[in-house]
Design a protein around this ligand. Structure first.
Ligand code: NAP
Length: 355
């Protein structure tokens, strides 16, 4: 329940992780961060402190009884922790914004990218009954930021996505092992393989999520089913190949579209220039297009290589290349934007959202 006269008391569950720390960085300068902050992680981190707005806050062990007085809890500690603790947080009176896949396909839990289907949050913003809101999968958010304006204009009939996903998308330990392998390489040592379980440096491999009997891995399935849910449209044909590349941060995606009605390259470029949260980087003369190093730390999703698919009838197909920081728009920033929509009353009178 939100007290209109005060700033909400926040909690971050998984505060020591990559998404948790990105959340703290965004919230530190955000009107929502003016209330109290509670930080939670596993027993391993209990007793540590983390910097917050010039002070240090202790990290507490997460558990079902810790949420009294919390208005808004961001969950980013894995699906199992969300399944166990998010209902307890709601019971204690907190709204939950969940970064994991635990509740994304649950019909009473909105799955939201505010620029795309933010209106589904109006019920939360006008209610004093707390609940859970799900943040979509990072590759899905990044793809949909680029393709939704085109889908709205002419309808997408088919979408083929190939991802080039960064190490940090799999968490801090995964990213540190890629850095460790770089150090091993320079030192001439065998590559450390404790977390990733294979050579990652100078290599790439099929996404590390479970693979099903149909040959699709879980990341690929998420991209399909979450897109259908966010667009509220199961009719779009979607297929994906998700690959982990030795990039530290920011996912890249090659996207091929088939349209219902024709959309020419220049029209698509104009739509993307006007799209909120999107920046067009498409300089053919200089061969400058989206790159993960450039997308790192940015709020916007970068879109380029915008070109008609010459294998399709004129105007009926388009190719794009997209890069987005999966820790920001793919996770923490999207979660904060959701919070802006549901805590609109608390933010009224503040200087306004930072993003
Ligand atoms: N990384 C991304 O780009 C990204 C993007 C979108 C969504 N997500 C999702 O966000 C979640 C977090 O990802 P991440 O990359 O931040 O992972 P991470 O760097 O590995 O951090 C995991 C966090 O979860 C905490 N944790 C683990 N077990 C716990 C337990 N039993 N109780 C309480 N806290 C526990 C860890 O605390 P300790 O320090 O105590 O171990 C740490 O704070 C995952 O579900 C992931 O799928 C990640």
């Amino acid at each position: 329940m939100v007290n209109e006269s005060e700033h909400p008391t926040l909690a971050v569950v998984g505060a020591t992780g990559l998404v948790g720390r990105e959340l703290l960085e965004i919230l530190a300068d955000h009107p929502l961060g003016r209330g109290s902050m509670r930080l939670f992680a596993s027993a391993r981190s209990a007793g540590r402190t983390l910097p917050w707005q010039g002070a240090s806050i202790p990290v507490e062990q997460a558990g079902p009884d810790v949420f009294a007085g919390v208005d808004l809890a961001f969950f980013c500690a894995g699906g199992q922790v969300s399944r166990e603790l998010a209902p307890a947080a709601v019971k204690a009176g907190a709204n939950v914004i969940d970064n994991t896949s635990a509740f994304r396909m649950q019909s009473d839990v909105p799955l939201v990218v505010p620029e795309i289907n933010g209106e589904v949050l109006d019920a939360f913003a006008n209610s004093d009954t707390p609940g859970i809101i799900a943040n979509p999968n990072c590759s899905t958010i990044i793809a949909l930021m680029a393709v939704t304006p085109l889908h709205r204009a002419v309808g997408i009939n088919r979408m083929v996505v190939s991802t080039y996903q960064a190490a940090s998308g799999a968490g801090g330990a995964f990213m540190r092992e890629l850095e460790q392998q770089a150090e091993d390489h320079v030192a001439g040592r065998p590559y450390t393989q404790k977390t990733v379980g294979r050579q990652y440096l100078f290599n790439l491999f099929s996404h590390d999520s479970p693979i099903g009997p149909d040959g699709y891995n879980e990341e690929e399935r998420k991209l399909v089913r979450e897109t259908h849910r966010i667009w509220n449209d199961d009719s779009v044909h979607i297929t994906a190949t998700c690959v982990r590349v030795p990039v530290l941060r920011a996912h890249s995606e090659s996207i091929n579209l088939t349209f219902v009605e024709p959309l020419y390259e220049d029209e698509a470029r104009e739509l993307l220039v006007d799209a909120p949260g999107v920046r067009v980087v498409d300089d053919r003369a200089a061969n400058r297009f989206p790159e993960p190093a450039e997308a790192t730390g940015l709020d916007e999703v970068l879109v380029g290589r915008i070109r008609s698919d010459l294998s399709q009838p004129p105007g009926m197909g388009l190719d794009l290349f997209v890069c987005g920081d999966q820790l920001r728009k793919g996770a923490a920033l999207n979660a904060v934007q959701i919070a802006e929509r549901i805590f609109v009353r608390s933010l009224a009178g503040a200087s306004g959202p930072a993003h």
